[in-house]
Design a binder for this molecule. Structure first.
Ligand code: NAG
Ligand code: NAG
Ligand code: NAG
Ligand code: NAG
Ligand code: NAG
Ligand code: NAG
Length: 668
């Protein structure tokens, strides 16, 4: 698929199946939990404010033992949070599946996870929730939250201390934010999920076959084969259980869902504040609990929910910028802070073209090979060649070309069974390296060097992690059940169909494309990019067979006078969201500013940059944008490591923390 092949935004670790034993233990505990939740939930109907806080400690401990399951939460039209481990809170927000017909019984339960702000909502320094999205389409906001949410919070917040700055009205009050990850429609924990297979076994079989088929162009007859598979899959996704979801999982209703999330957050905030004030009154210490010169009245005013007026704070990466741009175009008055990071050419994306996305891809590879060469040694870059970057490139492509003709065996070891390494696998690994050079390129180039010596072991883990191990979780009863039994269609597991559903229904309908039309499109993308063209084209091929069209699809204009200007971030060289895109989108939104992050890779989290982290913090803290044509250096480059000039600059403890957060994001 196209954008969502930023697999880096997904967790590469395979999901391990629970042992039967712990399954059993889990089940009996789950019964208790469900019972408890039910009691608490019933209580919450009469008093929706207090209940989760009144959970006994033992319950909280149980939940932090990773026994949390989304199915324990009953979806609600209001935001009702449940502790779900690691200090996070989870909710399932019920919204109409069809926003144009909200009276129907069809509902979506949006999975939401919150990292609470470091201050209470009643605190004048409480800044509200920052919604995040990792891209894809099909990426899980909740997965991103688990992986980088704390760092995103650290960058947006003042992290050093949460003590109030009192008595200095000149000094702007620091702000502390909730970070909210949500799974958009069709994605991971949000239900219902798109059903394309009768059960987990058939899905696994399909996914393994997809991997065996590999990328188009790597074997003879690959396009007719891919075409036939796309047809079968497209039909299956369209027909399965007469599902409605397929008509309602494009970006437009997701944007409307976000309006619901921020509105319900406003309601939740007001309720929280009232609960807090009541608690303070109970403790008979209202005056000491409140801050200097703050009064009950002020707290109530500050936290009041005014329906229809809640504002968006958002940080979206990659495809997440499609969501952000669409939101800004549809609801410009609600834009308070919006960061578009790794910007998609949104009109081009909705047009099913995706042409502009690959314009810098080959330059990214060239620059990466130059840095390999500049590193100067084979210890730093496995493919280093003293004859220059062109020679390194020749070696790289000859490895791939040779694997097309002769795939290699990966010998079994104590850690894994027999496997083969194909050109398609190497190509996929190369893409990860282009997206996140710092994290992936160093290892890949060592593994490739080992490959030239005939050793495939460096790829064993890569290959294993890329296998879809989603057979886990298949209920025992499904072994003998007839196909398409609802209980067997396990949810919460991601496969490519959710991504496809979003991307294909966002785009123009291209069901009328013939294989010749497709081949011409493929050739065109290949002209633009040798390294990226085929992958982009391959995802479009799937869309030629996608039958489910969206009921409500906003296609522009993507220009508006937003209440507060947008901040766009583009890397100097990005393999799938070129810097140009950021400038193009910026032109539609007066006052918006493009920050150029001098990294190679996809999105600002491809490399640590103190400068960019500071700009993001400034934006969230004060709303202030960088100056026009702002440019930020990065602090580390692939193969050679930290930039020495950046090393030598003395940093404050606060800056060290920021840089650490930024580095964590680049490496995770
Ligand atoms: C759905 O509702 C929105 C406004 O809420 C409207 O702009 C849009 O045209 C409607 N779509 C359809 C298909 O009726
Ligand atoms: C789905 O969400 C869970 C958290 O509930 C997360 O652990 C998992 O990694 C996510 N899966 C994917 C593929 O994003
Ligand atoms: C495809 O088939 C042609 C002959 O029909 C052959 O020359 C070529 O090597 C084949 N390519 C692959 C990748 O098998
Ligand atoms: C996208 O737009 C271009 C030019 O604006 C047009 O020629 C092309 O047909 C469009 N693509 C689709 C799939 O509609
Ligand atoms: C391949 O490399 C690994 C280390 O990465 C080593 O343990 C193994 O013995 C090597 N295999 C061969 C056949 O040289
Ligand atoms: C490459 O091989 C060397 C020597 O066998 C080994 O130390 C190293 O870990 C290997 N690296 C990778 C990425 O496979």
């Amino acid at each position: 698929m196209s954008l969502q092949h930023n697999i880096e935004q997904k967790n590469p670790t395979p999901v391990l199946s629970r042992s039967n034993l712990s399954q059993f233990a889990w089940k009996s505990r789950a019964v208790l939990l469900v019972a408890l939740i039910f009691v608490l939930y019933s209580a919450s109907r009469t008093n929706p404010i207090q209940w989760w806080r009144s959970i006994p400690d033992s319950y909280a401990t149980e939940q932090s033992l990773n026994v949390f399951e989304w199915s324990q939460i009953t979806p609600n039209e209001e935001l009702i949070y449940h502790d779900c481990g690691n200090g996070m809170q989870c909710a399932r927000l019920e919204v109409p599946m069809d926003w144009n017909n909200s009276a129907t019984s069809l509902k979506i339960a949006i999975a939401i996870t919150r990292i609470p702000a470091k201050v209470e909502v009643t605190d004048p320094r409480y800044g509200g929730p920052i919604l995040i999205n990792p891209g894809g389409p099909g990426g899980s906001g909740i997965e991103l939250l688990h992986r980088q949410g704390l760092q995103m919070q650290q960058i947006a917040d003042y992290s050093a201390d949460t003590q109030p700055v009192l008595g200095d009205p000149e000094k702007p009050m620091p702000k502390y934010y909730d970070i909210i990850g949500f799974d958009p429609r069709g994605v991971n924990n949000t239900t219902p999920t798109l059903v394309c297979f009768p059960n987990a076994f058939e899905r696994l079989a399909w996914n393994l076959q997809s991997q065996a088929e590999g990328l188009i162009g790597m074997s003879n007859n690959s396009v007719p084969r891919a075409w036939a598979r796309a047809k079968a899959l497209g039909r299956s996704c369209a027909d399965a259980g007469g599902q409605q979801l397929g008509h309602f999982l494009n970006t437009t209703p997701v944007v409307r869902d976000m309006v619901a999330i921020i509105e319900r957050h406003g309601q939740w905030r007001e309720n929280e504040a009232r609960r807090w004030l009541r608690d303070q009154a109970c403790k008979n210490m209202a005056s000491t609990g409140l801050q200097h010169e703050d009064s009950k009245r002020a707290v109530i005013d500050r936290t009041r929910w005014i329906p229809g007026r809640e504002k968006l704070l958002y940080w979206g990466l990659s495809y997440g910028t499609v969501i952000g741009t669409t939101f800004a175009a549809m609801y410009p008055d609600r834009v308070h802070r919006v960061i578009l990071d790794g910007v998609v050419d949104v009109p081009d994306y909705y047009n099913s073209s995706s042409r502009s996305s690959v314009q810098d891809s080959d330059k990214v590879l060239d620059r990466l090979l130059e840095t390999c060469y500049e590193s100067g040694t084979r210890e730093k870059c496995g493919l280093f060649d003293p004859r220059g970057p062109e020679k390194i490139k020749t070696t790289l492509f000859s490895i791939i070309d040779s694997a097309i003709v002769t795939p290699l065996p990966i010998m079994p070891s104590t850690r894994q069974g027999p496997q083969i390494l194909t050109a398609s696998d190497i190509d996929m690994a190369l893409h990860l390296a282009l997206y996140k050079p710092l994290k992936s390129a160093v290892q890949l180039f060592h593994a490739l060097h080992n490959l030239t010596l005939g050793n495939t072991s460096g790829f064993a883990d890569f290959k294993r992690n890329s296998m879809k191990s989603d057979i886990a979780g298949q209920p025992e009863s499904c072994k003998d059940a007839s196909p398409w039994t609802p209980e067997c269609q396990t949810s919460g597991i991601l496969d490519e169909t959710g991504s496809l559903g979003i991307e294909c229904s966002d785009g123009e309908d291209i069901q009328d494309w013939s294989q010749e039309t497709f081949n011409a499109y493929w050739a065109l993308l290949n002209d633009h990019s040798k390294v990226m063209g085929t992958r982009k084209a391959a995802s479009k091929l799937m869309c030629t067979q996608w039958r489910l069209r969206p009921k409500w699809r906003y296609t522009g204009p993507f220009e508006a006078e937003t209440r507060h200007p947008i901040l766009l971030i583009g890397n100097t060289l990005d393999p799938t969201t070129p810097l140009n895109n950021a400038h193009k989108i910026s032109r539609g939104f007066p006052g918006s500013v493009v920050l150029q992050n001098d990294a190679i890779g996809h999105c600002s989290n491809a490399a640590p940059s103190l400068c960019t982290a500071k700009a993001v913090r400034q934006y969230f803290q004060t709303g202030e944008l960088p100056s026009k044509n702002a440019f930020c250096e990065v602090d580390e480059i692939p193969f050679t490591g930290p930039i020495s000039s950046s090393f030598n600059v003395l940093k404050t403890p606060e800056e060290m923390l920021l840089l650490e957060a930024s580095k964590h994001m680049a490496m995770s």
